[in-house]
Design a protein around this ligand. Structure first.
Ligand SMILES: [Zn+2]
Length: 216
C-alpha cells in the first residue's frame, strides 16, 4: 500500500515536472513566434521617377500644411575666425577664405555633403553637389564662389541649380523621404508646401504644372 502511494506520488511529481517543462517551452516558442511576426523594418531607400515626383508635388500642393514649430532663438556669440580653410574633395587642395564672410558658407557645404552622403536615393537618381567654384585649383578663374546641385533622373534628364544652401538640401531630402515638413537650423519645423516653387526648381519640375492644380 505504502509502496504504491510512493510510486503514485513519484509519478505525479514526474508528470508535473514534465508538464512545467513543456509549458516553459511553449511560452518560449510563443515569444519566438511573436518576435518573428513583427514587420520588417522599412527600407530607407526612396525610389522616385520624375513623374512620381511631379505627382507627389501635386499631392503636396493640395494637402493641408502641417502645423509649424517655431525654433529656439539662438545667438552666435563667438567671433568668426580670420580665415577659413576650404578643402576640395576632388583634388584635395586647400583654399583660404576670409572667416567673417565665408565661415557659415563653408559650414553649409560640409553639412550638405554629409546629408547627401547619408541619404539613399533611387539607384538611377543622383544628387551631386558642385563645389568646384570654391577651389582655386579646380576653378582658378571662378568669380564669387557658390554651391551648385545637380539632380539627375534615370531617363537622362538632369537639372542644375545654383546658390544652394543647407536648407535647400534639407528641404529636398525631407520631401524625398515623404515628409510634410522640414527641420530648420534652430530645431523648428516649417511646412514643405510653403517652399514648393524652390522645390520644383531644385527637382527640375515645371512650377506651373504643380501650382496650377486647384487646392482641395
Ligand atoms: Zn579642387
Amino acid at each position: 500500500m505504502y509502496i504504491s502511494v510512493i510510486i503514485c506520488a513519484v509519478l505525479l511529481g514526474l508528470t508535473l515536472l514534465v508538464g512545467a517543462a513543456c509549458a516553459r517551452k511553449n511560452t518560449a516558442q510563443k515569444t519566438e513566434n511573436k518576435s518573428s511576426a513583427l514587420p520588417e523594418s522599412k527600407s530607407s531607400k526612396i525610389l522616385k521617377t520624375r513623374q512620381q515626383i511631379t505627382d507627389q508635388l501635386r499631392l503636396l500642393k493640395r494637402s493641408e500644411a502641417p502645423e509649424e514649430k517655431r525654433g529656439a532663438m539662438c545667438y552666435k556669440m563667438a567671433a568668426p575666425p580670420d580665415r577659413v580653410e576650404y578643402n576640395c574633395p576632388k583634388c584635395g587642395d586647400k583654399t583660404l577664405y576670409s572667416g567673417d564672410l565665408f565661415e557659415s558658407v563653408i559650414d553649409d557645404i560640409e553639412a550638405c555633403r554629409r546629408i547627401i552622403d547619408t541619404i539613399h536615393v533611387a539607384d538611377d537618381m543622383k544628387l551631386i553637389l558642385d563645389e568646384s567654384s570654391f577651389c582655386s585649383h579646380c576653378s582658378p578663374n571662378a568669380g564669387k564662389p557658390q554651391l551648385g546641385l545637380t539632380v539627375s533622373y534615370g531617363n537622362g534628364f538632369s537639372k542644375k541649380t545654383s546658390h544652394i544652401s543647407e536648407i535647400d538640401v534639407v528641404l529636398l531630402i525631407s520631401f524625398l523621404e515623404g515628409k510634410q515638413s522640414y527641420k530648420t537650423f534652430n530645431d523648428g519645423t516649417e511646412a514643405i508646401k510653403k517652399a514648393l516653387p524652390r522645390l520644383c526648381e531644385l527637382l527640375g519640375v515645371d512650377t506651373n504644372t504643380v501650382l496650377k492644380d486647384p487646392d482641395k
